[in-house]
Design a protein. Structure first.
Length: 93
């Protein structure tokens, strides 16, 4: 009997936008967002866990809501992934 083969979900979209107000203020921030990835590769149940500024929270949540993946695969079939964690650092160079 073959063992289960798991393929991890692969991101397809780009990262979040640096919040404009933070750029104007020359400020840096962080946000942590969690979500599930369904069998179609879409993020669902996006929620902010922590954020050091409201703008970072909003940007991180917006990114999560539009992110999509090629779904995780188990034995050749797509499966949901629960508890995907995104940690965003909005840092000026």
């Amino acid at each position: 009997m073959p063992s289960a083969q798991i393929g991890l979900p692969q991101p397809i979209s780009n990262g979040p936008n640096y919040p404009g107000n933070l750029i104007k203020q020359n400020a840096e921030s962080e946000a942590t967002v969690t979500a599930d990835i369904n069998t179609n590769g879409r993020t669902v149940y996006c929620r902010v866990v922590t954020a050091s500024a409201p703008e970072a929270s909003k940007s991180g949540l917006q990114y999560c809501q539009r992110a999509w993946y090629s779904p995780a695969i188990l034995n050749g079939k797509p499966v949901a992934q629960h508890g995907k964690v995104y940690h965003f650092k909005f840092k000026l160079d």
